[in-house]
Design a protein around this ligand. Structure first.
Ligand SMILES: [Zn+2]
Ligand SMILES: [Zn+2]
Length: 278
């Protein structure tokens, strides 16, 4: 078995019903977002064969319920620290909670745990201190960004060396426009502090994504304003326009996705049972 550095990740839930992703690497396990209730989180971790007590840190991208609602109950039960920006900490009311441990990570800053390095990058979203993360082990990196109104140069730069990306592809503009949401909510989603559309992701894949990226997980799809086939099609067409081959695409459903192993140097691949789509 290869001893080269690697990361493994598995989406446990994705979208407005709850987001959580387990990331392993450098001898540690981190739960990125905990937007599922205690029972669901326990069940999804069990199906990923992860003992909740073995999670070393819960890392939150922002305070919205679909990312944070299960966090305090989970850390209280299993005893690991929680990490977020100060803005998320305040907005989520963590000051009033008895937490087993707390660490701050601010945009531009980093947090080290075992061999894993986590860097935070500010993202435009209507929350108190929302961030994307780059999680790295020995030069192998995963970028994680859900809930952002647009993908600007700062995040594109931070994601440039990533070997895999988990990226929001929230809505299809026509479905959102013609769909059931009230106009104020449509405006919020479409706005600069809302969510990324399939087209936003396509433009990023075509023009902004780094050469080292071998796998993209499309995440946080709206169940009302998007369809997995539409999100995939947009990303596939962007890869074709870019002339890239050897980049696999997967959609994370509300129930999550399987394990992905990330390595440097083109060996990046979904594990058995995962469909290679491009
Ligand atoms: Zn969200
Ligand atoms: Zn949000």
């Amino acid at each position: 078995m290869s001893r080269r550095p690697r990361l493994r990740f598995r989406v446990l839930g994705s979208g407005s019903t709850g987001n959580a992703t387990i990331v392993e690497g450098g001898g540690v396990r981190v739960l990125v977002d905990a937007g599922l209730g205690p029972r669901q989180l326990r069940e999804r971790l069990a199906s990923a064969d992860v003992d909740p007590a073995s999670v070393d840190l819960v890392l939150l991208s922002h305070e919205h319920g679909d990312h944070a609602r299960g966090a305090t109950a989970f850390v209280a039960k299993w005893g690991m620290p929680l990490a977020s920006t100060r803005g998320t900490w305040q907005a989520a009311g963590f000051g009033a909670e008895e937490l087993p441990g707390y660490e701050t990570i601010e945009p531009g800053g980093e947090l080290r745990l075992g061999g894993l390095v986590v860097r935070a990058v500010a993202v435009p979203h209507d929350a108190a201190g929302p961030v994307a993360f780059v999680l790295s082990v020995g030069g192998v990196s995963l970028g994680h960004a859900t809930d952002l109104g647009h993908l600007g140069p700062r995040l594109a730069q931070a994601f440039r060396g990533c070997h895999a990306l988990l990226l929001e592809s929230n809505y299809d503009p026509a479905m959102l426009r013609d769909g059931p949401y009230p106009w104020a909510l449509k405006e919020r989603i479409l706005g600069p502090l809302g969510h990324l559309s399939n087209g936003d992701v396509g433009r990023y894949i075509e023009r902004g994504m780094g050469e080292d990226c071998r796998h993209v997980v499309l995440a946080h799809l709206s169940q009302k304003n998007n369809h997995p086939e539409l999100a995939l099609l947009e990303a596939e067409e962007a890869l074709r326009r870019r002339g890239s081959c050897g980049v696999s695409l997967t959609v994370a459903t509300a129930e999550g996705a399987g394990w992905f192993t990330v390595r440097a140097g083109g060996e990046n691949r979904p594990e058995a049972g995962q469909l290679r789509l491009f």
